[in-house]
Design a protein around this ligand. Structure first.
Ligand code: XBP
Ligand code: MG
Length: 226
């Protein structure tokens, strides 16, 4: 039977990518870099999971940008995460139905895991801001290859000592779906702002969101989210 529920963070637990994008842009500006990621640019960049990896990927394809060392990219990314944490405190809500599903799953005896490619400090700040609790948090660089590689979900199964069919994953993106699917876990997809038109053919189910019918699917708040 079902023993655990695994949740992705960005886009699934909460609609966070506009906050990330704002924080990246602030960090670029502070560092004097001639870089601004608009929504269309960021949509493409989201195929590269992980903030450090995303910055590196962009710089590699930007002839007008200075070449930064790994240390400089890491510093830029730390500053981005500090700005992101500040923005989060201004208020963010979980996506519709998330809080209820987590409460009901816990009441039913399921174990809850947060499985994300975002940085651990981001996950921590967000869980605190939303007042949510997980039995397991796997974040960022705990595996060498991020989603869509299955490593993170395989590690999650190992930590709980479960077979793939004993868990269900909730994800919002093709990268997340593939990561869980390749680990053999059934996936429920709730598409988010940036992932509406992606391909979810491997999903067990696709729902607009986890809330009541008619609830607005996307609630954007905070800096850069107007
Ligand atoms: C989505 C990501 C993350 C965030 C940025 O993660 O790809 O990289 O966009 O976070 P999730 P960092 O698996 O939670 O959907 O800058 O901390 O990497
Ligand atoms: Mg996501």
């Amino acid at each position: 039977g079902l023993k655990a529920l695994f949740f992705d963070l960005d886009g699934t637990l909460a609609e966070t990518e506009e906050l990330h994008r704002w924080a990246f842009n602030q960090a670029f500006q502070e560092a004097g870099l001639p870089v601004f990621w608009d929504r269309a640019t960021y949509k493409d960049l989201l195929w590269v999971t992980g903030g450090k990896e995303r910055i590196r990927h962009f710089l590699d394809g930007c002839p007008a940008c200075p070449s930064l060392s790994q240390e400089e990219v890491a510093r830029l990314h730390r500053r981005k995460n500090t700005l992101y944490a500040l923005a989060l405190r201004e208020g963010l809500a979980p996506r519709p139905g998330v809080r209820r599903l987590l409460e009901e799953a816990r009441a039913a005896g399921l174990r809850l895991g947060l499985v994300t490619t975002t940085s651990p400090e981001n996950a921590e700040v967000l869980l605190e801001a939303l007042g949510l609790r997980f039995d397991l948090v796997l974040a960022g660089d705990v595996v060498p290859r991020k989603k869509p590689d299955p490593a993170l979900y395989l590690l999650a199964l190992e930590r709980f000592g479960l077979e793939p069919q004993e868990a269900v994953v909730v994800e919002d993106s093709r990268n997340g779906l593939l990561s869980a699917h390749r680990a053999g876990i059934p996936v429920l997809v709730t598409p988010s702002l940036y992932t509406q038109d992606q391909d979810y053919r491997e999903a067990g189910a696709v729902l607009e969101h986890l809330g009541e019918p008619g609830e607005p699917a996307l609630v954007l708040r905070g800096p850069g989210q107007g």
